[in-house]
Design a protein around this ligand. Structure first.
Ligand code: ZN
Length: 181
């Protein structure tokens, strides 16, 4: 857990209109370049978010959908991976299925699922794993974990289908259906 309200990553690098920690930014640029070489245009939608930005996003969701639904859509302030600078929400350049489960079946969604690990990124909130991760399926939310971990997780996933590719299970952590204290 991060020191919630004050945590700011040590180094942030601009990626398109967004920011990521430097090592994640370098990896993300390589990911985008590889996608482009295959005719797939990745859009960086949302990277680093400060505590204040997360607070405002979460608050907005609560107003729109109520707290119960908001908690499945956005992390409470101080609990978001976006505050670490290691997470990036991605989209298609034409905006197809933006932030919806159907994103998984778009060119960028498919590229991320099959190739992201080679660049150190994982789909942090996999399909059907809400009882483990606390989040509904977010095929657009990439978390940078480094090539080594992403590679081992990819291999582990194939031999442990019941764990649904959840990082919690891979790391032997407790399931976290409710991350809220
Ligand atoms: Zn996200």
């Amino acid at each position: 857990m991060l020191a919630p309200s004050t945590y700011v990553p040590p180094t942030l690098t601009r990626v398109s209109t967004e920011r990521l920690r430097s090592e994640a930014a370098t990896a993300f640029n390589a990911f985008v370049k590889a996608a482009k070489a295959g005719g797939v245009n990745v859009r960086a939608v949302s990277g680093y978010r400060s505590y204040a930005q997360q607070q405002s996003l979460y608050h907005d969701y609560v107003l729109r959908y109520g707290q119960e639904t908001a908690d499945t859509l956005a992390a409470r302030p101080g609990h978001s991976e976006h505050q670490t600078g290691l997470a990036m929400d991605i989209g298609n350049s034409n905006g197809a299925c933006a932030l919806q489960a159907c994103f998984a079946d778009t060119p960028v969604g498919r590229f991320a699922a099959s190739e992201g690990w080679k660049y150190g990124f994982i789909i942090r909130y996999p399909a059907g794993a809400q009882a483990i991760t606390g989040y509904t399926y977010e095929p657009w939310h990439l978390r940078y974990v480094g090539k080594e971990l992403a590679g081992s997780l990819e291999a582990w996933k194939a031999s442990n289908p019941a764990d649904l590719g959840a990082l919690e299970r891979y790391l032997g952590l407790e399931d976290a259906p409710d991350y809220v204290p």
